[in-house]
Design a protein around this ligand. Structure first.
Ligand code: HEC
Length: 195
């Protein structure tokens, strides 16, 4: 029998197999890769890739217990619930003045006015920190989406960060003060039109 060298095509196949094996060994792409600064991509992420209802929330402080529905007000729902992803929660323990890139805060807005009778879910308002996205406003991407994913507002929404910049905010966060008194203890400050 003639012992012939492997034809070039076969070598390519081997090479591809080795590359695939190395990638598999390194873990490949994480299945929950963060989304781009786009409300639809963000909605897919928080509803499917990394469902926000499985996230944690801010630690309880003397002003709020974030594990429950909270009383709020215009322009957000009369009842809200806040969820925070792991990236933000890890940084919140030793808060340095700004949350890191990849931080996501999801707020459920309900139609009712009483946490005991919250009504139905009306919208999700979301803050998502994307490096370099809007350096003048701490790189937050803002979005308001309906429960079915319909987008009401997204991007550098002046109305969102305008109100969230009120005195006492910490990195535009209003309801949680990272150990100190938050800018807003309970309901919203002044009624204003939401998009
Ligand atoms: C007129 C003021 C106002 C406007 C406009 C506003 N917010 Fe808020 N937002 C608040 C207040 C007050 C809170 C805290 C009280 C609460 O929990 O409802 C809050 C809380 C939040 C939170 C939870 C994190 C935090 O700051 O405590 C998110 C997320 C959020 N808003 C997103 C948005 C988005 C997205 C928009 C724009 C589409 C927006 N907000 C517009 C007043 C505002």
């Amino acid at each position: 029998m003639v012992n012939r060298a492997n034809p070039p095509q076969l070598r390519l196949v081997f090479l591809a197999m080795i590359v695939a094996l190395i990638m598999a060994a390194c873990g490949g792409q994480p299945t929950t890769q963060l989304p781009t600064a786009d409300a639809r991509a963000l909605f897919t992420y928080i509803s499917q890739s990394s469902p926000y209802k499985q996230w944690g929330t801010w630690p309880k402080d003397q002003w709020n217990d974030f594990t429950t529905l909270l009383k709020s007000g215009a322009p957000h729902g009369g009842v809200v619930r806040i969820y925070v992803n792991d990236i933000a929660l890890a940084a919140a323990k030793d808060f340095k003045g700004q949350l890191p890139e990849g931080s996501i805060i999801v707020k459920e807005n309900y139609t009712g006015n009483d946490p005991a009778q919250p009504g139905s879910l009306d919208a999700l308002t979301v803050m998502y920190k994307v490096k370099g996205y809007d350096p003048e406003h701490n790189d937050w991407f803002w979005a308001k989406v309906k429960p079915d994913g319909q987008v009401d507002a997204e991007g550098k929404v002046g109305m969102c960060y305008g109100c969230h910049a009120q005195p006492g905010n910490k990195d535009y966060v209003l309801r949680y003060g990272f150990g100190s008194e938050p800018a807003v203890i309970s309901a919203a400050v002044e009624p204003q039109q939401m998009p």
